[in-house]
Design a protein around this ligand. Structure first.
Ligand SMILES: *Cc1c(COP(=O)(O)O)cnc(C)c1O
Length: 220
């Protein structure tokens, strides 16, 4: 099936409360343009260098989301244009995003990544670390970032009950902190669900699903 067709089919099943992040990592500009021609404007990338090249070459009304593991020393490259950073997992990283966003005279929207999977390899904050970060006085001083919600990755597993419970955990945390509104915290986005599990994520309140292979085909 074509990229355009895949996008149309996905959009048809998305509730009005959810948006599609088309994950274009490793895919060529032509593939992004095909999705763009089908009306897609939000794209997710994992690698800074690849994102830089794409941002430079592709239409300026694309909203680029960084969904990978972000290193502090790379933040400066994306701060001028990034629409949303999904994977903030430390205060130190957020401090750097704030610093670089200030240089660009921007307020950069960010999601805090929570570790919900059983696997150890996945990044993210524990519930305690999340709580500490959201309530920290240091965070309140960062005027060039805005925490707009949470992101998580479920276990890579065929056990759908396990995956479902992980999404439920993240949704419960999202609801818990949705009442916490400050100068730079106001939740509206819950980023969860990929090609293999987005239907379960949508059932549990995802507002952003990050889908790559179901749109662009498998990655080599
Ligand atoms: C690659 C990636 C995706 C997309 O994965 P697919 O299974 O191809 O849909 C989503 N989220 C993150 C964080 C990723 O790294």
């Amino acid at each position: 099936m074509s990229i355009a067709r895949n996008i149309q089919e996905l959009k048809a099943v998305l509730p009005p409360t959810a948006k599609l992040v088309a994950v274009s990592k490793t895919k060529p500009n032509e593939a992004v343009l095909e999705a763009y021609a089908a009306g897609q404007r939000i794209f997710g990338e994992n690698y800074i260098q690849e994102l830089q090249l794409k941002e430079n070459a592709l239409p300026k009304d694309i909203q680029w989301h960084f969904i990978g593991h972000l290193q502090s020393n790379k933040v400066k490259y994306i701060a001028p244009y990034i629409a949303l950073i999904h994977g903030i997992d430390s205060l130190k990283l957020l401090v750097e995003v704030n610093k670089q966003a200030q240089k660009s005279e921007r307020i950069v929207p960010c999601l805090l990544q929570v570790h919900i999977a059983t696997e150890e390899s996945k990044f993210g904050l524990s519930e305690d670390e999340l709580d500490e970060m959201l309530n920290s006085t240091e965070l309140a001083q960062l005027h060039h970032v805005k925490i707009v919600g949470l992101m998580g990755m479920a276990s890579f597993s065929n056990n759908l009950t396990l995956v479902e419970n992980e999404f439920k955990t993240l949704k419960a945390l999202f609801d818990k902190y949705s009442v916490l509104v400050t100068n730079n915290i106001q939740f509206s986005e819950l980023s969860m669900g990929m090609s293999g599990d987005y239907e379960i994520a949508l059932k549990h309140g995802a507002t952003l699903v990050r889908i790559g292979s179901s749109i662009f085909g498998t990655r080599s």
